[in-house]
Structures are given as C-alpha cells and as structure tokens.
Write a protein that binds this ligand. Structure first.
Ligand SMILES: *Cc1c(COP(=O)(O)O)cnc(C)c1O
Length: 355
C-alpha cells in the first residue's frame, strides 16, 4: 500500500516523477542508455541541465532580471559557507530563526563580522522575530524563509536596503513572492524539488566579484556560472529528477496553483490542531505558522502510544517531530495531496472520539 508520506526531507515527490525517473535509469528517452551512464557533456544531459536551470528561473518569475541558476553539490550546508566566501567583505546580518540559521551563522563567522539582527532562540524558535533594527552598511542580510524543524515561516520580508540572501530549502516553489527582492536564493533539492544530492542556487550575477579574497574554484559562484553549472560533473540523476519535478510543477499550473493547494492543506490541518482539545500547536503566533511543516504536540503524553498506533495503521509515514521540538511534524510539501492531509485529520478526530 502506498503511504501518506509526511516526511520532512528527503520527502515525497510526485508519483509521476518517480516513474519517469525510474524509466530513465534503465533507458533514457529510448536511446538505449541510462541517464546515469551517459556523459554529462552529452547533448542529452546538457539539455536536461539547461531545462532545469531555465525552469527554476521561470517558476520564480526571474526571467530577464539578471539572475542565473546553478545546480551545485554539498547540500544547503555548503551554501552556508559559500555565501559568506563570495559575498562577505566586512559585515553581514543574520536573522536567527532556528537550527539551520544557527548553522549558517557559525560558518559565516569564519569569513567576517556578523550581526545577529534578531533571534527567536529565547522561545525555542517558536516564532519569527519582528520589528527589529537592521544596521545599515551590511554586505547582505541572510534569512531562512521556512524553518523546517520548528515549523515557522517568514510571511513578510524585513524592510532593508541590504542585499537579501535566503535559505529557501524547505519552501522553494511553494508560494508566490516577489523573488527579485532577493539577490541570492539557495535550496537543497530534497525538500520540495528532487532527491538529495544537488542544491539549487539562484543568484543575481552583478552582486558577484566584489570581495577581495581569493576563492577556491569549487566554491566560487562565478566559476560555476562561467561553466554553465558544469565546472565539474554535476549530480546528474538528482538534476534530472529535479527537472522532472519542475516540469510537473508547470503542468500543475505553476507556483500560484500549488500555493492555493498548499494553503488549503495547511488550513485543514491547523484547523484541526486548533479545534481538537487533545492537541496543541507548537508555533506561538498563527501568522508565523509554516504552510510546509506543521508542528504540534499531544497534550497528554500518556496517550502518545495510542495516537502513534492510529496514524501508523492509517498508512501515515514520517510524522515524528524533530528531537529538538518533540511531538509531531506534518510536512506538506507540494507533492503531498490534500487527501493525505484529510487522512491525518480523520485519524486525529478518531483519536479524540475514542479517548
Ligand atoms: C534541510 C535543510 C538544510 C540542510 O540541507 P542539506 O542539504 O542537508 O545541507 C538547510 N536549511 C534548511 C532550511 C533545511 O530545511
């Protein structure tokens, strides 16, 4: 039986993408060769890379605005240091909204001065700080748009003249926004785009080349751009599968269409969390709740075994919360259908009825 997969990452992708990727592993488009046994310089793969890059830019509405997309390796974690290596000259600002922001801060500190403009650490990151001062003269301000572990999401961008850099690993392509407000966006593929192994970087070209340090080739965005994201062998299968997901997204009607469904899914689940007296949402202010990762706890821990048995029997996978929050986390990425959220809500109601 196919599971209802609420896993936080790696996570659900569209079934049609799994099938096409599986076919391509055996025989890519009928050429008698697997996608993973042909040269990355072949006409076939160069087309895949170019299509993935251009779909990423068009889904973000950034065509003709000076942006380029790269598919790099090393995960979003590598971007924590690459961003600073390439952009941090004197001082950068970081908004600390969780584990991933904290890790980004740790790496960037190796390269220059950092200002933590605000932090929600005092409340175990269960809210998004607001109304904080942003100093002028920053090389950039780094944000984490969606905090995968804690279930918070930035809804309104801070007002600043600093260049914005954003880790969008867990909500890229899930909602519309004016993405031209950002100079650099990065996202590990494995949350909403593809298998683990590649990281999308979308960068405005004219912000590069301004730091005085020497950057090793593999960590230099300009080197990767100069080689059309083929400076070294890319993660061919991960890029191909990401391209399939971006094509699927186009067939769904693009980001605006999936955003509506994502909002419906989130409304359904948060509605039940708020209504059901046996559960409590983790995020303090409803306005900060993530549409991608809903975190909640059960009020009576002694009932946890009974709830766990119910959702497992219903074919639900991946509902356990991250160890730093506990409780439960339902990740509702683009490929998760509304019907799977309904199954979870039904289980929560049955749990209440049989209490
Ligand atoms: C998962 C995640 C990361 C880490 O990604 P890796 O590809 O494992 O390095 C970073 N930031 C956010 C917001 C994430 O959700």
């Amino acid at each position: 039986m196919q599971k209802h997969n609420f896993s936080a990452g790696p996570c659900i992708l569209p079934q049609s993408v799994f099938r096409k990727a599986a076919d391509a592993l055996i025989d890519y488009n009928g050429i008698g060769l697997s996608i993973i046994e042909i040269s990355h310089r072949s006409k076939e793969f160069v087309e895949v890379m170019e299509r993935a890059r251009s779909l990423a830019i068009s889904h973000l509405g950034l065509e003709g605005k000076g942006y380029k997309a790269l598919f790099l390796q090393g995960g979003a974690s590598m971007q924590f240091l690459m961003v600073a290596y390439n952009l941090l000259q004197d001082k950068a600002g970081y908004l600390n909204t969780g584990t991933w922001s904290t890790k980004a801060i740790k790496e960037a500190k190796l390269f220059g001065d950092l200002v933590e403009v605000a932090s929600s650490k005092d409340q175990n990151f269960n809210y998004i700080p607001k109304g904080y001062e942003i100093p002028s003269g920053l090389d950039y301000l780094h944000l984490t748009s969606n905090n995968t572990i804690f279930g918070t999401q930035i809804k309104d961008l801070p007002q600043t003249d600093a260049s914005l850099v954003c880790d969008m690993s867990s909500d890229i392509f899930s909602r519309e926004m004016d993405f031209s407000k950002f100079d650099l966006i990065y996202a590990g593929a494995q949350k909403n785009m593809g298998p683990a192994g590649t990281t999308l970087v979308v960068v405005k070209e004219d912000i590069l080349g301004k730091v005085s340090r020497t950057i090793p080739s593999m960590l230099d965005y300009q080197v990767h751009l100069g080689k059309d994201s083929m400076f070294n062998t890319p993660a061919v299968f991960a890029v191909y599968t990401s391209m399939l997901t971006l094509e699927w997204l186009e067939q769904q009607g693009g980001v605006s269409a999936v955003e509506k469904i994502n909002n419906d899914k989130a409304a359904l689940l948060y509605g039940e969390i708020d209504r059901n007296p046996l559960f409590k949402g983790f995020v303090a202010d409803a306005a900060d709740r993530s549409t991608m990762n809903a975190t909640f706890t059960i009020n009576d821990d002694a009932q946890a075994d009974r709830f766990n048995a119910l959702w497992q029997e219903a074919g639900i996978n991946g509902l356990n919360g991250h160890r730093s929050v506990g409780g439960y986390r339902a990740s509702m990425y683009n490929a998760l259908p509304l019907s799977s959220v309904q199954v979870l809500v039904d289980v929560m109601q049955e749990f209440e009825r049989t209490a």
